[in-house]
Write a protein that binds this ligand. Sequence first.
Ligand SMILES: Nc1ncnc2c1ncn2[C@@H]1O[C@H](COP(=O)(O)OP(=O)(O)OP(=O)(O)O)[C@@H](O)[C@H]1O
Ligand SMILES: [Mg+2]
Length: 398
Amino acid sequence: MGSSLSSCCGSDKVDEGFINYGDHSSWRIFTYKELCTATNNFSEENKLGEGGFGSVYWGKTADGLQIAVKKLKAMNSKAEMEFAVEVEVLGRVRHKNLLGLRGYCAGTDHRLIVYDYMPNLSLLSHLHGQFAGEVQLDWKRRMNIILGSAEGLKYLHHEVTPHIIHRDIKASNVLLDSDFEPLVADFGFAKLIPDGVSHMTTRVKGTLGYLAPEYAMWGKVSDSCDVYSFGILMLELITGRKPIEKLPGGIKRSITEWAEPYIAKGRFKDLVDPRLRGNFNEAQLRRTIDAAALCVQSEPERRPNMKEVVGMLMGAVEEEKVVMMRQLRIESVKYGDELMELDQGSDDDDDGGGGGGGRRRTIDDESNNNYGVFGEMEVQKMRDPYMNHGERRMVLHG
Ligand SMILES: Nc1ncnc2c1ncn2[C@@H]1O[C@H](COP(=O)(O)OP(=O)(O)OP(=O)(O)O)[C@@H](O)[C@H]1O
Ligand SMILES: [Mg+2]
């Protein structure tokens, strides 16, 4: 499969025809023309939003399939091989809670990824965006979203070979199908960064609230970074709050900073999103907060892995062990003020998950070498955001 893809890439020939990959034949190559027709020439009305890699458009194929087409920003020739490899690996990933590939299109000038369209859009749109007022996410759905996303991440970390670290777990990357089943999206394209642009730096700015401290500060990547982000996502789903919120007067506060006193005092009910009007299951609440509190600890070694998180969420971990873990927990991280200043995600730029994607600044940076997705990388090359400002540290809450 790899050879057929790589020999095609860089040639318009790849725009034509179908490839049958046995078990993975459910995805295929689309022609550019076909995607233009499906998306009404990538018209503004079809635009679902915009992210770090380009714009996403709704479309419908000739055989009636609703699709979401991600049109990547201009690519260079070096990225073509990477694109082929990434697509190949992604094409192998199959899990009910992961948004796999429906196909792609790779001509001389374009790189497009085709996914199934998710009719209930993103979690972000329901928590903080266009559907926030409708409260379609009742407790049961929220718990199902947490467990399903956890299962998807567990698969990425522990079951697929080579294992995959997502690195961008957040509400806009959890999509919801017509039954509100969660599908984690965007687990494979972090590598596709145009020359001269550091998506890394952009990410640090754009989605700071989800970033594990060791990743935000030193670019240290491990599956534990995903665990941290997932902990934030769980808190977000339970509380209905944003990962970082802007208080009157411009001060920014992270969700962990807000939640920590309640968690420390065991006042779990006070954490629940008031939009749920008290309709929640106490045992599930306790389990989820226990899991979330462990995930958002500042030291990666202290966080559980995704297998353990799923076990905790399902109530499969003995109560005694949970009590012990609770006692051993140290407080969660509080970002330092300087790092908080870098955040742009909490400004009034909610994309609603279904449109007007969050704008991101792109910054020139030579650190996009080795920006791989697959496999564990010990140290990510990135610019230390503090480098020019003397020594600044992230402070622990308390
Ligand atoms: N398959 C899909 N079905 C429905 N909406 C989608 C689909 N894929 C993406 N979207 C929506 O399109 C918008 C843009 O997505 P995109 O992934 O490009 O950006 P993002 O999630 O905001 O950031 P990132 O680049 O870090 O993933 C988001 O609101 C996302 O929820
Ligand atoms: Mg996304």
